[in-house]
Design a binder for this molecule. Structure first.
Ligand code: G
Ligand code: G
Ligand code: MN
Ligand code: NA
Length: 250
């Protein structure tokens, strides 16, 4: 496949770029940090969506190399932000199984000077479905370094609750499918409220994804959700367009 060959060259050609979507600290009304979202500016095809190229990168294994680039770049860029802001990076299962991940993270943290506690790695239930002892060991080692681990797209996989028992996550990201109809549907409200209270009991923080309307944010605030991410607060923006204002960081 042509796209596959191009993908191998994309890093070298400097065609990859990270955009950053802010996470709103609901109580304080300020930005808590940013999630790095990968963009590919293809020479002839224009911008290719990660929904298109991440699956190809995963099939071909190029995701490991791309993932390293994402970790290094996100940390290098976060080094220039105010020190209380976190940086979240999405992890593919293949990356988590790669034996080199730990040294890559340690090295990227050292080179950037970013504190480990500011780095948040987002993993999905798909990864845990494979029940690998090695992956769990890697997660524990990352956590021992002080790196935070978030469970992304929570509620969309199978037997989610089992995964909460397999590893002590720092954060649960409530999938946007539960948030999108939060204002209209009582069942979505019940699910979101229960996940937040479950997370609280397990000493995990919560981020609601895909928050687009003020009514959704108000419901989340009432239910004690910690953070909101979505178009209501901001889309993902290029690194150069991030603005940090004192008091209201963005
Ligand atoms: O940014 P949206 O922008 O379109 O991202 C689409 C999907 O691609 C999401 O599921 C997101 O988690 C995933 N994604 C975005 N950036 C990365 C990345 O750097 N690595 C991996 N593995 N997935 C990413
Ligand atoms: O899987 P992950 O949660 O990493 O996916 C991030 C994806 O969610 C990106 O594609 C991003 O563009 C998208 N996204 C972010 N905020 C919103 C939102 O408010 N509404 C919708 N529909 N998608 C969003
Ligand atoms: Mn994510
Ligand atoms: Na998600």
């Amino acid at each position: 496949r042509a796209l596959e060959l191009d993908l191998r060259a994309a890093i070298v050609r400097g065609e990859l770029e990270l955009h950053y979507q802010p996470l709103l600290d609901i109580n304080r009304g300020v930005t808590a940090g940013y999630e790095a979202l990968l963009r590919w500016n293809h020479a002839s095809r224009g911008t290719v969506s990660p929904d298109v190229f991440i699956p190809i990168a995963e099939e071909t294994g190029v995701i490991v190399e791309i993932g390293e680039w994402v970790i290094r770049t996100a940390l290098a860029e976060a080094a220039g932000w105010p020190e209380d802001l976190t940086v979240a990076v999405n992890m593919s299962p293949a990356q988590m199984k790669d034996g080199n991940l730990l040294p890559v993270v340690v090295n990227a943290l050292a080179q950037s000077g970013v504190l480990p506690s500011r780095l948040e790695l987002e993993i999905t239930e798909n990864l845990l479905m494979q029940e690998s002892e090695e992956v769990l060991a890697t997660l524990h080692k990352l956590r021992d370094l002080g790196v935070k681990i978030a469970l992304d797209d929570f509620g969309t996989g199978y037997s989610s609750l089992n995964y909460l028992r397999s590893f002590p996550f720092d954060k649960i990201k409530i999938d946007r499918c539960f948030v999108s109809e939060l204002a209209e549907r009582e069942d979505c409200q019940a699910i979101v409220r229960s996940v937040i209270s479950l997370a609280n009991e397990l000493k995990m923080t919560t981020t609601a994804e895909g928050v687009e309307y003020g009514e959704q944010l108000e419901k989340l605030r009432k239910d004690g959700c910690d953070q909101a991410q979505g178009f209501l607060y901001s889309r993902a923006v290029p690194a150069g367009e991030l603005e940090f204002k004192p008091g209201q960081k963005r």
